[in-house]
Every structure is written in C-alpha cells, then in structure tokens.
Design a protein around this ligand. Structure first.
Ligand SMILES: [Mn+2]
Length: 345
C-alpha cells in the first residue's frame, strides 16, 4: 500500500532529480527578488533533502540584490555568466525559475546541449506566443515563481523545508505581489500558501521586510532629487532626475547603480500615485548604464483601474501593463524628454 502511494506521487521531476548526477539551478539574467528567491529556494530544498553540495550549483548571472544577502546560503550563488556555469559545472539537469524561454537565461542564441534535461518553474502567463522550451514545465500562472516552487516541491513532492526556506519563499511572494497590493489570479490560494509559511514556520512579515529595507545615503540623495522635482499635471504627477544631478551628484559622489535604481523604484511606489489626489504619473531618468547616450528611461504608474498606462507607453514605443509600463525616449536633455511625453498624454 505504501509502495502504491509513493508510485502515485512520483513525478517526472522526481525521476529527473533522482537520476541526475549534477544539477544546475538558475534564473533569468538580472534576477529580481522572486527570481533570486525561487532559485535559492530550490537549491536549499534539495540540500535540505539529502542532495550533496558537490552535486549542486546555483548561478544567477548579473545578480545585484545586495539587500537580500541575508538569505540562507546566498553566498553559494555564482554571479558570472550562466553559459560559463553550464560549461564549467557540466550538469545533466538544469532547473530554471521565473521564465519560460531559454533566451531569458542565456545570451544570444547559445543554448545548453539537448542531452541535458531541463525543468522550468514559472508563473508568467502568455509570455509571448512561445510555449515552454523545457523538457518539463510547471506554470499555473499564479503569484510568483516562489509560489510555484512551494506547490510543486513542498506540497506535491513533499520535500521537507525549514524556517530558512519558508522565509526565502515568502520574500519572493511578497515581492512579486507588491506586498499583496494588486489583483491576483487566485488570491485565496496565494494567501493560503502565505498562511502556511507564516504560521507553520513562525515568520513575521514586518521582521522579514525590516531586514531588507536598509537605505544608503546615496539612495536618500536620489529620493531628495525626485521629491524636489515633483510637478503636477492636469490629473497626473511627474518627477525626474535632472541632468545636473547626474553630473554633480551621481557621477561626483559615485552613487552605485543598485542604490540609484532602488531609490527610483522605491520613490515611484511610495509617491507617484499619491500626490494631491492624482492617481497616475511618470518618472524620467537616465539609465546609469548608458549615461552618455541621449536617451531617458520613463516609468509610468497608475492606481488600479484608473488609467491604462500601457497605452501611453505604447505611443512612445514602449509597453507594459495597465498599472505599470515604461519606455525609452531619445532627447537632447531631460526637458526635451518630458516635452515629448506630455505631447502624447
Ligand atoms: Mn516572478
């Protein structure tokens, strides 16, 4: 009887895991918190369930999420190219999270050898018209890759987890749901997973968040810049990082890329849809990785159901979602960029 039950719950994924000699775990290039957490959760789950460290490799190309370095076994993560990781580690199984197409994990047309088995754990719906490119893919279109990892590996495959792993999974779910702020495909199911993690593993969301919410003075300077440049339109708010600020502060004080990006996205979340009753808006800034180009990155946000900002971005050659979208505007200076945006809204 016991044998029969085991047979029933045996999945193809388990077959791959049990016959794998070496397993590489990765996520998309330039991991966001859900990508990092889902990959790191898979790595920790395998280690926690009898897989040997020598058998496993975790690599996240271009990882720069310093705040999350408190996560269990974060230091085991390689950050060089994913291609090099495959070539050096020589796995016979690759597990990828938070994406369904190889091009998100490897540059250009490079792909792992077809003899290497591949398993994807993703949650993006309708990622283009392409279907999964992996031998096996799990994707219920739910909140996050972390929730998919929990459902597949913890609920269905019954791998044991501990508080460290529960915490990693919860960080990913919190990040990809924007702290549960937005409509979700299956809100109740996601919150059931959250309940399991919080209650069974004695976690407190505030404590988790306070561990990753440190701010450097570089970030504070960028916040100040955006706060002092706030302008109000008819029913929208906007702000920008001025060209002078880039020259006199960002370059002169060598503000780090990660701090700059974090400050801008944090500021957008806290201020952009909440000034004087204006429910949508945009921020214009130079990308720190292409400071010398005459191009500006624009991020649009709207309160849920207020304005479809993907339409505005589309008019400027960009795209995105109803509530969050973006584009790039080529212009001589930041004022010319703002002028181009205001022409289309
Ligand atoms: Mn995700």
């Amino acid at each position: 009887m016991l044998f029969f039950n085991i047979m029933l719950t045996m999945t193809q994924f388990e077959d791959y895991l049990n016959s794998a000699r070496k397993i590489l775990i990765t996520s998309h290039i330039g991991a966001d918190p859900d990508a990092l957490c889902s990959a790191l959760a898979v790595y920790n789950i395998l280690l926690n369930n009898g897989f040997a460290k020598e058998q496993l490799c975790i690599n996240l190309e271009g990882l720069s999420l310093r705040d999350y370095s408190i996560l269990h076994r974060y230091d085991d993560i390689g950050t060089g190219s994913n291609r090099d990781a495959v070539e050096k580690f020589n796995p016979d199984l690759i597990i990828v999270t938070d994406g369904s197409q190889w091009h998100r994990f490897f540059h250009d047309d490079w792909r792992p050898d077809e003899s290497i088995k591949s398993v994807g754990l993703d949650h993006h719906q309708g990622a283009g018209n392409e279907s999964s490119e992996f031998d096996l893919e799990y994707n219920r279109g739910i909140s996050s890759a972390c929730e998919e990892v929990y459902k597949v590996m913890v609920q269905d495959m019954e791998f044991e987890i501990d508080q460290n792993i529960a915490e990693i999974l919860l960080y990913g779910i919190i990040a990809d749901t924007g702290r549960f702020k937005y409509p979700m495909k299956d809100f109740r199911q996601t919150m059931e997973v959250v309940s399991d993690l919080v209650v069974d593993y004695d976690l407190t969301i505030e404590k988790l968040l306070s561990r990753i919410s440190g701010r450097s003075m570089g970030e504070i300077r960028v916040y100040q810049e955006l706060l002092s440049n706030i302008k109000l339109g008819v029913d929208y708010t906007y702000s920008y990082v001025s060209d002078e600020f880039i020259d006199n502060v960002v370059k002169a004080e060598q503000i780090e890329y990660e701090d700059y990006e974090k400050a801008v996205s944090g500021w957008i979340n806290e201020y952009l849809t909440s000034v004087e009753g204006n429910k949508w808006g945009f921020v214009v800034k130079k990308g720190l990785n292409n400071l010398n180009e005459k191009a500006y990155k624009v991020s649009f946000r709207s309160s849920v159901g207020y304005k479809d900002v993907s339409e505005v971005a589309a008019k400027l050659g960009g795209g995105g979602h109803m509530q969050a979208s973006g584009c790039e505007v080529k212009a001589e200076d930041v004022w010319a960029a703002i002028g181009k945006i205001e022409e289309v809204i």
